[in-house]
Design a protein around this ligand. Sequence first.
Ligand code: FMN
Length: 212
Amino acid sequence: MTAPVFDPEFRKKLDELFLWRRDVRHFRRDPVPEPVLDHLLDLTCATPSVGLSQPWRFMRVDDAGRREAVKAEFTRCNAEALARRDEGDSAAYARLKLAGLDDAPHHVAVFCDPDPAQGRGLGRLTMPETVHWSAVMAIHSFWLAAQAQNVGLGWVSILDPDRMKTILEAEPEWQFMAYLCVGYPEQDHGTPELERRGWEQRCAERRHWIRR
Ligand SMILES: Cc1cc2nc3c(=O)[nH]c(=O)nc-3n(C[C@H](O)[C@H](O)[C@H](O)COP(=O)(O)O)c2cc1C
């Protein structure tokens, strides 16, 4: 295999990919072609993982009954989150759209196998949580790869992990990591939705993140 050469034009596009990747909550209903979805999930398997353990477990959720149960679980958890907000910002919270579960044509649950045989335990003795980090990295790979196909992804975490395992009949040892809504976005945006709705602002100042 010959290594590719990444030229300036590619780098410019890659910068744009990073800057235009969004958490999407407003989806068109037309499906993403199955070969595209397969390609995205295949690419995701190239994600780095501790000890090459590849602990991510992706589950396509197509069953209407399961999807309804997930929506009900989101509604329950979101109502609880709203009830716990201070009076000062509960109205602003209530106005946010925090999931695109109704319209997204594809739903993907992500789990982590916390003790996979693959990788033979390498790198996990002192920091067992690195398997979870590996699974999160896989989600980010999926997110960026999707964006490169102009496919949007919305991460839903306002869910109870144990209830999600029951709803989705996951393997007993798997741990719930994320529920992803996938589909073509209604619109593309250069800024996060939470920023556009005045909830929070992205801080781009390097000194905020990097110490010397
Ligand atoms: C671990 C994680 C959990 C998230 N959970 C939710 C969620 O439950 N609902 C939601 O609307 N967005 C969720 N998001 C998306 C963030 O709100 C979003 O990434 C952030 O506002 C920045 O916007 P951007 O991704 O468009 O740049 C989550 C993101 C991450 C990384």
